[in-house]
Design a protein around this ligand. Structure first.
Ligand code: BTN
Length: 261
């Protein structure tokens, strides 16, 4: 992407300031440092390439220039939003889904809590993080990595979950600027409904594997398997286990895996 074209693309959105990098370690690291230094609501960090891109569970996240998007949006939560910090990664996922539906008529799904799938393959990952000084919240960072085209998709044997790209699913080339703008627009649209019934309904509607058997692996805990029922009014995942129990799994250090067959 070109810096000046990106700036023009963002006109009209509530983006306070843009930091544009050809190459950076991680846009999330930059955004967390910027939040700690007083970044306003709506500051954006964008990079064409990251050499220390991070995923959840400290996994590496590869950003291929021209074939993937990598950016981090800084939000300064209002007092009510501070009560629902766990929902900001789902907010990123809903923003991405909205953009893919509006621009390409696709049917993205959210692999709880926050991966976006197209045709059951991962297309985007979200890493939401917070910057704190003691108990003062300096900002929330929503980091988004999105595969635009096949060149940005890691091979199946290099990832834990098979991946795809927007271009492959849409069967057409992707305008990276238009998609980035639509994702940010989607995030701001759903932010206005954060934590409200409409937010959970939108999330639930796009939830992948509903009615299917899944396994939840919690770091340091025993895995839980069951039929995925949906999410509750806090965003927790509801599973119906084989012993007939209804179990709620909170958003946290968890992996969700479908169980075939
Ligand atoms: C995941 O699927 O585990 C989340 C991946 C998040 C990757 C994005 S790319 C932009 C931002 N900067 C990072 O270092 N990570 C996020």
């Amino acid at each position: 992407m070109e810096h000046s074209t990106l700036e023009n693309t963002l006109i009209g959105l509530p983006i306070a300031r843009l930091r544009f990098f050809e190459t950076i370690g991680s846009t999330n690291d930059e955004a967390l440092a910027w939040a700690a230094a007083g970044a306003a609501d709506g500051c954006l960090v964008f990079a064409n390439q990251q050499d220390k891109g991070r995923g959840r569970f400290q996994r590496r996240w590869i950003t291929q220039p021209g074939a993937s998007l990598a950016f981090s949006l800084i939000l300064q939560p209002t007092a009510p939003e501070r009560e629902t910090l766990g929902l900001f990664s789902a907010l990123g996922a809903l923003g991405i889904c909205q953009a893919l539906e509006d621009l390409y008529g696709l049917h993205p799904e959210i692999k709880w809590p926050n991966d976006v799938l197209l045709n059951r393959r991962k297309t985007a990952g979200i890493l939401a993080e917070t910057a704190w000084l003691g108990n003062h919240l300096q900002g929330v960072v929503i980091g988004i990595g999105l595969n635009l085209s096949a060149e940005g998709v890691p091979p199946d044997d290099e990832v834990l979950y098979p991946a795809t790209s927007v271009a492959q699913a849409a069967g057409q080339t992707v305008d990276a600027y238009a998609l980035l703008r639509a994702v940010l627009q989607g995030v701001f649209t759903w932010r206005a409904l954060l934590g409200q019934d409409a937010f959970f309904q939108a999330w639930q509607k796009r939830l992948a594997f509903r009615g299917e058997m899944v396994r939840i692996e919690e770091t340091g805990g025993a895995p839980v398997s069951g039929t995925l029922v949906g999410i509750d009014s806090s965003g927790a995942l509801r599973l119906h286990t084989s012993t007939g129990e209804l179990v709620n799994v909170m958003v946290g250090d968890v992996h969700l895996r479908p169980i075939d067959g």
